[in-house]
Structure formats: C-alpha cells, structure tokens
Design a protein around this ligand. Structure first.
Ligand SMILES: Nc1ncnc2c1ncn2[C@@H]1O[C@H](COP(=O)(O)OP(=O)(O)OP(=O)(O)O)[C@@H](O)[C@H]1O
Length: 257
C-alpha cells in the first residue's frame, strides 16, 4: 500500500531522510515512534504529498499501487488527524463544515467543491454520532481542543478511507478525551483498514497495532512485530536514557528507571 524506496527528503535545507526504505502493506496497523525531530511528521507528509522526495533514478514512493495521483484522488484513500491540519482551519469554519470537508479533501468549504445532499446528510449524522449536534454552527475557534480533535476524527473517517493517519492525536487532550479517541481508533481497525499512528505516548499503541517502526535521526532504528521492537533495551537506546517497559493486556507503559 505504501512503498518508499531509497527516499531522500528535505524540510527546507534540512536533509531529513537519506535513502529511506519502508513498505507498509494494506491492512497493517503500524505505530511510528521516535524522539523529537526524528522525522515522523516528515514521513507522513511524504505520504500526503505535502513534501516531495528528491527525484532520483533508483527512488520512488508508491501509494495504493500507484506512483502518480491527484491530491483529490489521494485524499479519497486517506483520513488524516494532525495538529497541522487543526491549525489550518480558519477560526470561523463551523463544526459542520469541518466534518463535511472530509468528503471534499479540503479544509473548510470551497466554492469549487460542492458536497451532495447525501454527503450533507451523512455529515449531520456523523456530527450527532460524535455527540456534537448542538455545536453544528459553532465556529472552530470557540471549541475546546478535545472537541476540535473529535471533529477532525469525524472528518477523517467520514469517507471510509483505506488508510487512517493519526499524527500525535492525543496531544493536549485530557484523559477522558484521549480514551474516547483511542476507542474511535480501535473501532476503525477492521482487517481491510490500515492505520498509521505517530506518537510519543507508548500507552496510545492500541492492542490492534501489531507493527512498530522506530525512527531516530531520519534512520530506521528498528522495524518489526510490536513484541520484538518494544523492549526496554531498544527504547532506552532510542531515547538515550534508561527506561523500563511494562506490558499489560496488550497495552504498554514506559517508566524512567
Ligand atoms: N518547516 C521546517 N523547516 C525546516 N526544517 C524543518 C521543518 N519542519 C521540520 N524540520 C526539521 O526536519 C526534521 C524532522 O522533523 P519532523 O517534524 O519530521 O520530526 P518529528 O519526528 O515529527 O518530530 P516531533 O516529534 O518533534 O514532532 C527536524 O530536524 C526538524 O527540525
């Protein structure tokens, strides 16, 4: 579903990846961990085409079996939740428009992208299912961080995408809102759906995630089944300080030694 071969990519004049190789198959549920600045968001931006790789003969990015996509087509396959996306909404976009924009692969409403009556109806139902029907016309700037994040999840899921991308989704959420978010993530994890989660919080790695990729300074430090990659020794090496990992009923927690 995602194949990155020998990918070199920059953020302005910072070379973030030099010959990165990562393949993710359809249906996989994957967590990507790494210290600040490791390249996690850059990896996701290569998928969403917010960043383009350096053009080289032996390098390509293939998404959903293809190397060429229009952005509109691509976004039909992907649902995204990220702080960047949250920041991109104008303060005056209403809660309903945020949800509806998931159909349009756009931020907010755009005159040239018209939603159908059926899409309007599904957006109304989604808003209600999220428990936010009373906020239909409330402007984005007047919502709490938890409410904004819930809207973004509704927006990401509304078109039933093949791939859901969560970029540090529970940042800024209280424990109840974070638990609600994890529940939405788990509900999405059917065999045909793929999930990519980047996080700093080991306890966000839901039991359905079976593969973990560790990135450090733009390189893959470890990549494999969760139970092999998530060990105290490997995580201590990655973070450069001694940590102790605990596992309980498929969930993980990290302690400083
Ligand atoms: N807009 C930008 N301009 C220049 N350099 C950038 C920009 N955004 C990121 N970088 C650099 O690219 C590298 C990778 O950043 P990236 O945001 O992908 O890391 P990350 O693993 O997502 O970090 P974090 O956990 O802090 O969000 C870092 O060295 C960062 O300083």
């Amino acid at each position: 579903m995602i194949e990155m071969k020998n990918v070199t990519a920059f953020q302005r004049d910072n070379k973030v990846f030099d010959n990165l190789n990562i393949t993710i198959e359809a249906g996989e549920k994957v967590a990507i961990l790494g210290p600040n600045g490791a390249g996690k968001s850059t990896f996701l931006k290569l998928i969403t085409r917010e960043i383009y790789p350096v053009v080289k003969d032996d390098s390509h990015i293939s998404l959903f079996g293809r190397q060429r996509f229009s952005l509109v087509e691509l976004r039909q396959h992907i649902g995204m939740v990220s702080q960047d996306l949250q920041d991109d909404y104008t303060p005056y976009t209403t809660a309903f428009e945020v949800i509806l924009s998931g159909f349009l692969g756009a931020i907010g409403q755009h005159d040239h992208l018209q939603a159908t009556a059926e899409q309007h109806q599904i957006a109304e139902q989604t808003l209600a299912r999220l428990g936010m029907a009373d906020y239909h016309d409330t402007m984005f700037q007047r919502l709490s961080t938890g409410q904004k994040r819930r809207l973004l999840v509704g927006r990401a899921l509304i078109h039933n995408p093949d791939l859901l991308i969560f970029d540090e989704p529970s940042n800024g959420l209280d424990i109840g809102a974070a638990a609600g978010l994890l529940k939405l993530m788990r509900d999405y994890c059917t065999p045909q759906h793929s999930l990519l989660l980047t996080t700093h919080h080991i306890d966000e790695i839901i039991p359905e995630i079976n593969r973990v990729i560790l990135i450090q300074k733009g390189r893959v430090l470890a990549d494999g089944p969760k139970q092999e990659v998530l060990t105290s020794a490997i995580l201590s090496e990655m973070y450069g300080l001694p940590v102790e990992l605990h596992q309980h009923n498929g969930w993980y927690r990290l302690w400083l030694e």
